[in-house]
Design a protein around this ligand. Structure first.
Ligand code: IVH
Length: 681
């Protein structure tokens, strides 16, 4: 058994880490079955690093939490040559030297993971989580064949007593495409990109599923190290990890200064699409560990490292058709249906053309070969067509005169770029569905588990017409829908019940009034305090009162009046008000609280709080949260990966806080409350 274990592990390593198989698959399988049989007969002699552990174990009810002994940090981002030169300049100035050597590596686009080895044996894997605590995914990580279950010995060198390896779990592009093919064949939803596919695979409670996903791993650093000396440089550390049997990407070098960094960036940029996995940039780290320690950290990101991101990705494909889509407010958006194409690892089949004017300006025609771009998670867009490739029979887009969904006339007001279906939500199914999807969305009324497909079905089957109808749904009607078991139906009913407790601001936002986003809804709620006051101000005669609200100009005021003067809308608002509980006040006191009159801008990832949570704390203390930095900004709260907003704050000389400083400021300014005695110890 020991011999078979050793031999099979060697083949796994050769195959998954060295990418140099040494045995035919069938022969591997034969040895594997032989070991399995021996283990079944002698379970007491099974090795802790047996390859048979890689097939996954019984499902677990939930992941338990793991507190990271050392926090898992993030990286600051740079986007331009300038950012890189500035980074190098700061490093040189802080260290007081003329030139710095950097270790360069890839920025893998997967999921960060921490692997703990005790006396060489793999014992635990945890996701990054919020950086301080993550989830225990040990069973799943055991199935990743590139990760050794036991570290390799190196001559007489001691194996470290504790070694936490940090790195990235990935799905290779080829495996991602195969997985999507399978999902498509099974009629299931495809994954958007390899990173999502990897994340979904790693977050399986059933590790037998993870085992089938062929996840990969690359190490890029360490956390805790005990019982072995820390190598003197990052490059030496990576070499050591490689010798211990861990996969480390070959795409790494040591370079001198900013010029060397930029050479590496350009070299990888030209070869990026040839890599078998996705990267979203490269990473630079000051090579000498001693210098890293001198440089230290700012708000959870090391000063000694920089992630240099690649720009948005583009690809060429053909426009098969141009259709229009009808949005929640009736806006008609031309959409290019494309020959499917991978753009930066994501399969793109549709791209927005925004509005008719845009189609004409860019002169996009059906049959054209076009450049499609996507950046981050935004909707892909058509950048331009390629003139040399325009076919003779390329057709121009014709804006329909009636709504493809309800048949009502499409109208375009002179001052607006966007054409709209004139049917309104009562007539037009697309608007009805869009409005309902908005109503239940997380930031609006927040009905968990009531997804787009469910809304589609409910409307198509005439079970509901308005948001108010949602609250009359019963289990029997819900269970009659496709893919709706009784348990899920009950969950939806419970979520609807829970959603009834809401706030006035959420209620206003959920109505989906055109031009009334979250912050305007909050401003309206604060200003008017209760629904009657708002309805009164929104009549055409009194509409001018709306202009007193911060944030509301003539266009927004007109949208609000138009919406709340409409009989159907008013009827809906009144039904909903009887169904929901939201606190209405008389005029809520404005400008109360210790942060009154202060404007905050949040940027980057904070260590513990989400941006919403931080924003809520600031608002609860009477402060305002703005999205862009200006001279009027009182404080900029910066977390890891803060980019241009932080830079702007620095140039303007604004006060910058990290999370701890924000919390300290809050604690200082709120009057201390007497602590209540409790009888629990
Ligand atoms: S080092 C001390 N190196 O990027 C810094 N991170 O924004 C710790 N990432 O969550 C991270 N490739 O998942 C480092 N070569 C690389 C990386 C890398 C990808 C990810 C990592 C982390 C995020 C940081």
């Amino acid at each position: 058994m020991a011999e078979l274990t050793r031999e099979l592990n060697r083949h796994l390593y050769n195959y998954h880490v060295l990418d140099a198989p040494t045995i035919p698959d069938a022969e591997y399988d034969r040895l594997f079955v032989e070991l399995q049989q021996l283990e079944a007969a002698h379970p007491e002699s099974m090795a802790s690093d047996s390859p048979t552990l890689r097939v996954g174990a019984a499902p677990i009810p939930e992941f338990s939490q793991v507190t990271h002994a050392l926090p898992m940090l993030s990286l600051n981002n740079g986007f331009s040559d300038d950012d890189v030169e500035q980074f190098d300049r700061r490093v040189r100035e802080t260290l007081g030297v003329q030139a710095v050597a950097y270790a360069t590596e890839l920025k893998f686009d997967g999921l960060a993971i921490s692997l703990r080895f005790e006396n060489g044996v793999f014992v635990q894997a945890a996701t990054r989580g919020d950086g301080s605590t993550g989830e225990d995914v040990t069973a799943n990580i055991k199935t990743v064949r590139a990760i050794p279950l036991r570290l390799h010995g190196i001559g007489h060198q001691a194996v470290p007593a504790v070694l936490e390896v940090r790195g990235e779990v990935l799905m290779f592009k080829a495996d991602f495409l195969k997985m999507n093919e399978r999902l498509r064949a099974a009629g299931e939803k495809e994954k958007a990109n390899p990173r999502n596919a990897a994340a979904g695979s790693l977050r399986q409670l059933d590790s037998r599923i993870t085992s089938q996903r062929n996840l990969k791993f690359f190490a890029y650093g360490i956390g805790v190290l005990e019982g072995a000396p820390m190598p003197a440089s990052h490059a030496a550390l990576l070499d050591w990890l490689e010798q211990l049997g861990l996969p480390v990407s070959k795409e790494r070098t040591v370079v001198q200064g900013a010029a060397g960094l930029l050479d590496f960036y350009r070299d990888i940029g030209t070869r990026r699409s040839l890599l078998p996995y996705e990267i979203d940039g490269v990473v630079y780290k000051v090579n000498a560990v001693e210098d890293q320690q001198t440089l230290g950290f700012v708000s959870r990101a090391p000063r000694f490292a920089l992630a240099h991101k690649f720009p948005a990705e583009e690809a060429l494909t053909q426009v098969v058709e141009i259709d229009v889509q009808v949005g929640r407010t009736g806006a008609i958006t031309p959409v290019a249906r494309l020959q499917p194409v991978l753009v930066g690892g994501v399969m793109v089949t549709n791209a927005t053309l925004h509005n008719e004017g845009e189609v004409r300006r860019k002169d996009i025609r059906i049959g054209d070969t076009v450049i499609v771009r996507r950046a981050g998670d935004v909707i892909p867009e058509v950048v331009a067509f390629v003139p040399e490739r325009r076919p003779l029979d390329a057709r121009e887009f014709v804006m329909p005169t009636s709504c493809p969904v309800c048949g009502s006339a499409i109208v375009r007001l002179e001052e607006e770029a966007v054409a709209r279906c004139s049917g309104g939500w009562t007539h037009c199914g697309a608007q009805k569905k869009g409005g309902l999807m908005h109503f239940v969305s997380r930031r609006a009324i927040d009905v968990e588990g009531l997804g787009d497909q469910l809304i589609e079905q409910l409307v198509d089957k005439n079970l509901i017409h308005t948001a108010a109808d949602l609250y009359t749904l019963d289990k029997a009607r819900l269970s009659s829908l496709d893919r709706m078991a009784e348990k899920s139906a009950q969950n939806v009913i419970d979520a609807l019940e829970k959603s009834k407790n809401t706030t006035f601001a959420r209620f206003i936002y959920a109505l989906g009034i055109r031009n009334v986003g979250e912050s305007t809804a909050k401003a309206l709620a604060q200003h008017f305090g209760n629904l009657d006051a708002l309805l009164h101000a929104a009549t055409w005669e009194n509409g001018i009162q709306l202009l007193e609200v911060a944030d509301v100009g003539p266009i927004v005021a007109r949208s609000i009046s138009a919406f709340l003067s409409d009989a159907d809308n008013l009827a809906l608002v009144n039904t909903l008000r009887a169904q929901l509980y939201f606190q209405e006040g008389s005029h809520v006191m404005q400008n109360a609280g210790p942060f009154a009159g202060m404007t905050f801008v949040l940027t980057g990832t904070l260590p513990a709080l989400s941006r919403d949570e931080a924003g809520a704390l600031i608002e609860a203390a009477g402060g305002k949260v703005a999205s862009s930095v200006s001279k009027k900004t009182t404080y900029v709260v910066a977390g890891a990966d803060a980019g241009s907003k932080l830079a702007k704050a620095e140039t303007l000389g604004l006060a910058i806080l990290d999370e701890a400083a924000l919390l300290a400021l809050l604690a200082k300014s709120t009057t201390p409350q007497e602590t209540l005695e409790t009888d629990t110890p």
